[in-house]
Ligand binder design. Structure first.
Ligand code: MF3
Ligand code: CO
Length: 258
């Protein structure tokens, strides 16, 4: 499949789908505290998605059994919600969620601290988020994709963090995963030239140790091989002539970053 360029109607639809996903995250963020199970987070996430008129896009994707991915501590991505997986003070939890509205997909991820967390954990969360913003400095028309990839990876590696190799970001639109693939590190080749109307899910996955990962026996959960902490930050963006539009970032979240 080739890279899709969205026309103005499709851009409106992408804005809408991704704005609804902001509301899902606002609701889920409020649930993060010690004693809550990842199952409850998934149930609430699915309820919010459907109440907003959306359809969960992760549910049954290649057989994934839930609507929200819940990945705790050394879990990088694709953790499966469980009734017996209870958040503990000091954990960090990555939530990855998406929905389909009117045929268009949204996708975003955030890592939250549960109660008070260590400085090591907070630094990891901050660097992961900042690496996304370093990357999107290059996400406008005329730049090549690898400028984004390299900026993300170089920022995190320069600070001593591990940058996951085995998973990457992606184009998004009528499909959750469209071309191009978007690695979070330097590819030594320019990649595609970015054009207005491309919508991309950019999603650094960063660890406090080595970048090596393995898969748990459930066939989904990706963990760091050295069991170091891992964080995830993802937004769906729209390429324009100038600054990219961050379709999954709410105004209040943008303000918190200032
Ligand atoms: N949100 C993931 C991504 O960013 C996809 C999750 S697929 C699932 O590409 F099956 F695990 F839900
Ligand atoms: Co994604």
């Amino acid at each position: 499949m080739s890279v899709t360029i969205k026309n103005s109607l499709e851009i409106k639809a992408m804005r809408k789908s991704n704005r609804l996903l902001q509301d899902v995250f606002s609701g889920l963020k409020e649930m993060i505290r010690p004693g809550v199970s990842t199952w409850e987070i998934n149930e609430e996430g699915e309820r919010l998605i459907r109440n907003l008129g959306g359809v969960p896009n992760f549910l049954n994707y290649s057989g994934y059994p839930a609507s929200i991915c819940t990945s705790i501590n050394e879990e990088v991505v694709h953790g499966i919600p469980r009734r017996d997986r209870i958040l503990q003070e000091g954990d960090i939890i990555s939530l990855d969620a998406g929905l389909i509205y009117n045929g268009y997909h949204s996708d975003a991820a955030r890592t939250y601290g549960v109660g008070a967390i260590s400085k090591e954990a907070q630094d990891l969360i901050n660097v992961t988020r900042q690496s996304f913003f370093e990357g999107i400095k290059y996400a406008h028309a005329g730049h090549h994709l690898n400028e984004v990839c390299a900026a993300i990876g170089n920022y995190a590696e320069a600070r001593g963090y591990g940058v996951i190799r085995d998973l990457c970001g992606h184009g998004i639109g009528r499909e959750m995963h469209e071309d191009p693939q978007i690695p979070n590190f330097d590819q030594k080749m320019r990649g595609i030239r970015l054009q207005p109307g491309m919508t991309l899910a950019i999603e650094p996955m960063i660890t406090a140790g080595s970048y090596e990962v393995e898969w748990l026996a459930d066939g989904w959960t990706v963990v760091t091989k050295d069991r170091s902490l891992s964080a995830h930050y993802e937004n769906t963006i729209l390429i324009t002539e100038h600054e990219p539009e961050i379709l999954t970032l709410s105004d209040s979240e943008s303000k918190e970053l200032l």
